[in-house]
Design a protein around this ligand. Structure first.
Ligand SMILES: *[C@@H]1O[C@H](CO)[C@@H](O)[C@H](O)[C@H]1NC(C)=O
Ligand SMILES: *[C@@H]1O[C@H](CO)[C@@H](O)[C@H](O)[C@H]1NC(C)=O
Ligand SMILES: *[C@@H]1O[C@H](CO)[C@@H](O)[C@H](O)[C@H]1NC(C)=O
Ligand SMILES: *[C@@H]1O[C@H](CO)[C@@H](O)[C@H](O)[C@H]1NC(C)=O
Ligand SMILES: *[C@@H]1O[C@H](CO)[C@@H](O)[C@H](O)[C@H]1NC(C)=O
Ligand SMILES: *[C@@H]1O[C@H](CO)[C@@H](O)[C@H](O)[C@H]1NC(C)=O
Ligand SMILES: *[C@@H]1O[C@H](CO)[C@@H](O)[C@H](O)[C@H]1NC(C)=O
Length: 918
């Protein structure tokens, strides 16, 4: 016994479990042929097979029954098998009921011999490198309940024989290279609770036999090539909570039968060719939280019944052909956070009722034909960050209540018919960074209060009827890099812009400005075009037109002017096409129509002098640069030797390619990049507060990071990662989530940064292979120590680690192994929390802490399979938090851990606050 315990010290903890489980069985005489099969499999290292006198039943991951027959092999993650899957002679293991080899680096095909395992209940082979086809003989596995082959390279079609596995409850074939149609025999799997065929190349129509699967709560067929209509029989699936059909080629209309799915919380149909109307029966989906119908061909009015979906948090109907008006009933949706109706044919006025959606953070109504004036009730939307109303036909003046929107960062009203003067109240919008009122009929003077918007980076008031002088206060705007006032009737002299003397983009032409051009502006813009009074007397006395555009001798700069649709929704498509169109040697991108000059970067860093270097990351150095306009940016530059290395170059290009597609509130913004043989760098927004790690280490800063800020940090991180992992078009993993790579801005909001190791979670999983482990010690998922296969669950682990660190105030260190094994001494939650902060008294905060710690513990599971996905974590944060069933100080970590064990296997995607069922 003591020898066994000593040994368990040298093998990873999770294996030790299985190991100890098999101690009893080891007493029974072992079956010789089974022993030799295991010995010859090559799955256990010589240190196990030869250097130990122990019988095979005691090997790591092996379980035997009382007679010494092998019943389970459970080599998940901590064990690197490598080698070929077909090396195991399965026919000699007749008692095997459990075969789980997740993340073990297995290659080769699924051998036919596996079909002899008639007692097998669980077959889990996900996250390996298996190729070939799923053999039809799997039908012989008649005891099978769970089949998970996801994240491999299995090709061919789904064998119809699969339909014979009537006991199956969980079927996951996602992220493979399967083609062909779903065989109708799948309808025979009437015990199925979840099935995922997502991210394959499956086609044909969705078989109506699916309607037989009435116990199913999750169907994921997203990112395939399915055509034809959504079958009516979908309405029989009344247990469904999540239906993912997005990014296919489905046509026809949404069948009214969808209204039967009363438990549905997420309906994702975006990126298809669906048409017709949104069925009125949608009003029955009272549990619905997210409804995404973006980019289809719906061409009716939005039914007022949508207003019945009281739990709705996200409604995206953008890029359809919707007509009619916004139903007043939408105002009932008090939980709505994200409303996107942009790029449709909607008309009528913006209803006053919009002011009732007080949780709104994102409101995208641009590119429709809305008329009437902007209602004052807009002032109630105090959480609003983005208000996009451009390219409509709105009239009247901007209501003064706009000044109540104190969280606003983007206000886009351009190309409307707004008039009157620009309200002074706009000066209250302290967080505003982009203000675009171009092409309206505004008159009166430019309010000097605009000069108080110290976060303003982009100001476009061009093509209005503005009069008076350019307020001197604009000189206070040190971050302003784009100022366009052209085509107004402004008079007076040209301010000297001493603070922003090098605006990247300044256009004051077609006004009545007089007097001398300040010298600093002449110097700043040697290519400025001055056109004399005579030439344009009718409209202007002096025309000053400047746009900085510095061509390098050998390098061509292309600047992409990004429209609002890019920012709001079409990020993926527009960048992609722009990049392919303009894929020269050098390319620069801004997130709004500003421009950046290569020369400015070189000047600001004295050609990347080491004194501007603030850190060295995954594959380059990070520099801090203050551009001439005062804007501070961070630059990540590839080292020279790395720039020569094609693999680094590829990863740099990848990062550019993918980061430009990512637009998330909590992911660091890429402002631009240079991609040229001699110089490869990325331009990011600069984060004033530095890394989370530094803030937690410093006692003063750590206290400033109070509980509610920390809760927000964790949630923002979770949403960002969920976005990366599950944004269907190109899921991406970060691979280096740690407190050093979470940056904080001056409001202490979190931004995920350092995508140096990020990679696509591709079908082509050669990109998932890496020569060495990347990531930061202490945050790396345990399975990576033995395998080289990366998937999104590694990020989930690192997220769990970072979330715990935020709660505890320091890295978990060795406490992790205590937490996850036995809790010999159970730790009370409050004792575990960062002692530098006061005991959390607010109910909402303590609920959030309980939720965060219980989710983080689940994320830290040594086995990746039961770890929740980031989508589940993110959704758990968005769900309403139940009250705690116990006082906060009576909650222990073991209780939080044990309440959270069943994530995927148990089939529940719902998460409570952990203790509510006690
Ligand atoms: C599957 O079962 C059938 C009938 O029970 C048997 O004939 C066949 O050989 C089995 N296939 C495999 C690959 O074991
Ligand atoms: C539906 O399930 C029943 C058993 O519940 C089965 O008899 C029937 O054949 C199935 N239908 C299809 C089309 O698979
Ligand atoms: C999708 O289906 C169309 C025909 O319907 C076919 O031309 C195309 O190659 C398919 N794409 C993939 C990725 O399978
Ligand atoms: C779905 O339910 C309807 C009755 O509501 C039934 O007529 C139909 O056969 C069912 N479809 C399937 C595929 O089970
Ligand atoms: C719907 O959800 C409720 C509450 O979770 C559950 O009791 C009920 O059984 C579910 N309905 C179906 C058809 O699964
Ligand atoms: C939508 O608007 C566009 C442009 O205004 C127009 O060409 C198109 O016909 C309209 N479509 C519908 C369905 O009204
Ligand atoms: C705007 O804020 C003022 C003062 O805080 C308040 O009295 C008024 O009701 C608000 N109006 C709107 C429309 O939010």
């Amino acid at each position: 016994m003591s020898m066994i315990c000593n040994m368990s010290l040298v093998i990873p903890i999770a294996i030790a479990f299985a190991f100890c489980n098999s101690i009893l069985a080891a007493r029974a005489p072992s079956n010789q042929s089974e022993a030799s099969v295991l010995l010859h499999s090559g799955w256990w290292p010589p240190s196990v097979t030869s250097n130990t006198p122990l019988p095979h039943c005691t090997w790591p991951g092996v379980s035997c029954d009382a007679s010494g027959s092998v019943v389970g092999i459970h080599l998940t993650t901590d064990y690197h098998i490598g080698g070929n899957f077909s090396n195991m002679n399965f026919s000699l293991l007749p008692s095997l009921t459990f075969l789980q080899l997740f993340h073990t680096g297995l290659t080769g095909e699924i051998p036919l011999q596996i079909c002899t395992l008639s007692r097998l209940t669980n077959l889990g082979l996900s996250n390996n490198f298996l190729t070939g086809e799923l053999p039809p003989c799997v039908q012989n596995l008649t005891s099978l309940q769970a089949l998970d082959i996801s994240h491999n390279q299995i090709s061919g079609s789904i064998p119809p024989e699969l339909g014979n596995l009537e006991r199956l409850t969980n079927l996951d074939l996602g992220f493979n290279a399967l083609s062909g149609a779903i065989p109708p025999t799948v309808g025979r799997l009437h015990n199925l609770q979840s099935f995922r065929f997502n991210s394959n190349q499956l086609g044909g129509s969705i078989p109506l036999e699916l309607g037989n699967l009435t116990k199913t709560y999750e169907i994921d067929l997203s990112c395939n090539n399915f055509t034809g209509p959504i079958p009516l029989s979908i309405g029989n699936l009344t247990s469904l909570t999540h239906l993912f059909l997005q990014e296919n080629k489905l046509g026809g209309s949404i069948p009214p039968e969808v209204g039967n799915l009363a438990n549905l919380t997420g309906l994702y149909l975006q990126g298809n060719k669906l048409n017709g109307c949104i069925p009125l029966e949608i009003s029955n989906l009272r549990s619905l939280v997210r409804l995404n119908l973006q980019e289809n061909r719906f061409d009716c009015a939005i039914p007022s019944e949508v207003g019945d979906l009281k739990n709705l948090n996200l409604l995206d109907l953008s890029s359809n052909y919707l007509v009619g008006t916004i139903p007043l009933e939408l105002g009932n949706l008090k939980n709505m956070n994200y409303l996107d109706l942009s790029c449709n044919n909607l008309t009528g006025p913006i209803p006053l009722a919009i002011g009732k959606m007080t949780s709104l953070t994102y409101l995208y109504l641009q590119e429709n034909t809305f008329v009437g004036s902007l209602p004052r009730e807009i002032g109630y939307l105090r959480s609003l960050n983005y208000l996009f109303l451009q390219e409509n036909k709105l009239g009247g003046s901007i209501p003064l209540e706009i000044g109540n929107l104190t969280s606003l960062t983007h206000l886009l009203l351009y190309e409307n018919k707004l008039n009157g003067s620009i309200p002074l109240e706009i000066g209250n919008l302290e967080t505003l960074s982009v203000l675009n009122l171009r092409e309206n009929g505004f008159d009166g003077a430019i309010p000097s209060e605009i000069g108080e918007l110290e976060n303003l980076e982009f100001l476009d008031l061009s093509s209005n009827n503005l009069v008076g002088i350019i307020p001197l206060d604009l000189e206070n705007l040190t971050r302003l890099s784009h100022l366009d006032l052209h085509n107004n009737s402004l008079s007076g002299s040209i301010p000297s812009f001493t603070n922003n003397s090098l605006l990247d983009h300044l256009n004051l032409s077609y006004n009545h400005l007089r007097g001398p051009i300040p010298d600093n502006l002449r110097v700043a813009f040697p290519d400025t075009a001055f056109i004399g009074n005579e030439a344009h007397r009718r409209r202007s006395s002096v025309i000053l037109y400047t746009t900085i555009f510095v061509p390098l001798a050998t390098v061509c700069i292309s600047c992409i002017v990004l429209g609002s649709c890019f920012i709001s929704r079409n990020a993926t498509k527009s960048t992609q096409s722009e990049i392919t169109k303009k894929n020269g040697d050098f390319l620069s991108i801004w997130n709004y129509d500003g421009r950046i000059a290569y020369k400015d970067i070189i000047n600001a860093t004295e050609d990347f002098d080491v004194k501007y270097c603030i850190g060295t990351g995954g594959y380059g150095s990070v520099y801090k640069a203050q551009l001439p306009n005062g804007k501070v940016v961070a630059l990540k530059k590839l080292h020279h030797f790395e720039a020569e290395d094609p693999s680094f170059k590829k990863s740099f290009r990848n990062e550019v390619k993918h980061l430009t597609k990512i637009r998330h509130r909590s992911i660091i913004k890429l402002h631009g990049f240079c991609q040229h043989r001699q110089c490869m760098f990325l331009i990011y927004e600069y984060m004033e507060r530095g890394s989370l790690f530094h803030n937690l280490r410093d006692d003063v800063k750590a206290v400033e990071l109070d509980w509610s800020k920390r809760v927000d940090l964790v949630q923002d991180m979770a949403h960002a990662l969920s976005y990366m992992h599950h944004d269907c078009t190109r899921p991406m993993i970060h691979q280096d989530i740690c407190s050093n790579n979470i940056l904080l801005n001056n409001k202490m909001q979190a931004f995920v940064s350092d995508f140096g190791n990020a990679r696509l979670l591709d079908l082509d999983s050669s990109s998932n292979l890496t020569a060495n482990i990347v990531g930061t010690y202490g945050y790396i998922a345990p399975e990576l120590v033995y395998t080289m296969a990366f998937n999104e669950k590694c990020d989930v682990y690192s997220f769990g680690m970072t979330a715990m660190e935020i709660m505890m105030g320091k890295h978990l260190g060795d406490v992790i192994s205590l937490l996850l094994t036995s809790f010999k001494e159970d730790i009370m939650l409050y004792k575990f929390l960062d002692p530098r902060l006061p005991f959390p008294r607010q109910n909402s905060v303590s609920r959030s802490i309980v939720l965060i710690v219980s989710l983080a513990l689940a994320c830290l599971s040594a086995n990746p399979k039961p770890r929740p996905t980031m989508k589940q974590v993110s959704e758990a944060f968005l769900a309403q938090k139940l009250p705690l069933a116990k006082p906060f100080h009576e909650i222990s970590l073991a209780q939080l851990r044990d309440n959270n064990v069943s994530w995927l296997e148990g089939g529940s995607t719902e998460v409570s606050s952990g203790l509510s069922d006690e």
